[in-house]
Write a protein that binds this ligand. Structure first.
Ligand code: SF4
Length: 246
């Protein structure tokens, strides 16, 4: 899928051929299926309650840090009911090494109390109902629905938003909601859950925010961002080549 541009023996540049949107989605999904057949959350949990707690704690915090905090947390508060009776001091002391511990303390207790009072202590499997819980926005609700209940939903976090835009799966999507809507048009329902993990893991380890590792990325052949960078490099090389031969 590469075209090769050669200016002299030192300068060879490869640039991907143009793909239309359905072709790009097809190619990206096929690449992930082949190279990342298993992709799962790195948060440790055993049931929907533990997952919702872990996801709330993971906002602006690493999964690694959350996985250090949660074993003790679940030992102290093994159920929604136990958490609903917690004091702020108890919760805060267990999650103080996490980012935004004050807000998260309030959200966790508020979430547990609402679950007990309004949902019979059961985590709902509906995205709209989930979003009523303190600390649960659209992204978290989609994670719980898709990961815990296998409901077709696509959670868009900062990694998904950035990676989808760079590869060229979305176009001028300014918000996570716009990204979600654009991705939902082309990713088959049965692949939504794993697609969420593909894009997160790729963003975490390869397509990093500040310095994407394009040269070691298996998607560069079909990536719009990489193609644009290559075009700019070609332009520069052309100019320099022209100058040197003038
Ligand atoms: S080629 Fe670069 S920008 Fe494109 S997906 Fe890979 S790491 Fe990200």
């Amino acid at each position: 899928m590469f075209k090769r541009f050669k200016f002299d023996k030192n300068i060879q540049i490869f640039i991907s051929v143009k793909l239309n949107l359905p072709q790009r989605f097809k190619a990206v999904i096929a690449w992930f299926e082949q190279n990342m057949p298993i992709a799962e959350t790195e948060l440790r949990y055993t049931d929907p309650y533990e997952l919702i707690v872990a996801v709330i704690l993971s906002a602006q915090c690493t999964d690694k840090r959350v996985n250090i905090i949660t074993p003790l947390f679940f030992e102290r508060f093994p159920t929604v009911d136990e958490l609903s009776k917690a004091t702020e001091e108890d919760v805060f002391s267990l999650i103080s090494s996490c980012s935004y511990p004050n807000n998260k303390t309030k959200h966790l207790i508020g979430m547990a109390r609402m679950l007990v009072n309004d949902f019979g202590g059961v985590i709902p499997d509906d995205v709209n109902a989930l979003q009523k819980l303190p600390g649960v926005g659209r992204k978290t609700a989609n994670v719980i629905a898709s990961v815990a209940f296998n409901i077709p939903a696509l959670a868009v976090d900062t990694h998904v938003h950035r990676v989808a835009r760079r590869i060229g799966l979305t176009y001028r999507a300014k918000t996570p909601l716009e990204t979600e809507k654009q991705l939902l048009k082309y990713i088959p329902q049965e692949k939504l859950t794993i697609a969420h993990h593909w894009l997160i893991l790729h963003g975490r380890y390869i397509c990093q925010a500040r310095k994407p590792k394009c040269e070691e990325c298996g998607l560069k052949e079909i990536c719009r961002y990489y193609a644009q960078n290559q075009k700019e490099t070609i332009e520069k090389a052309r100019k320099n080549h022209g100058k040197n031969n003038a």
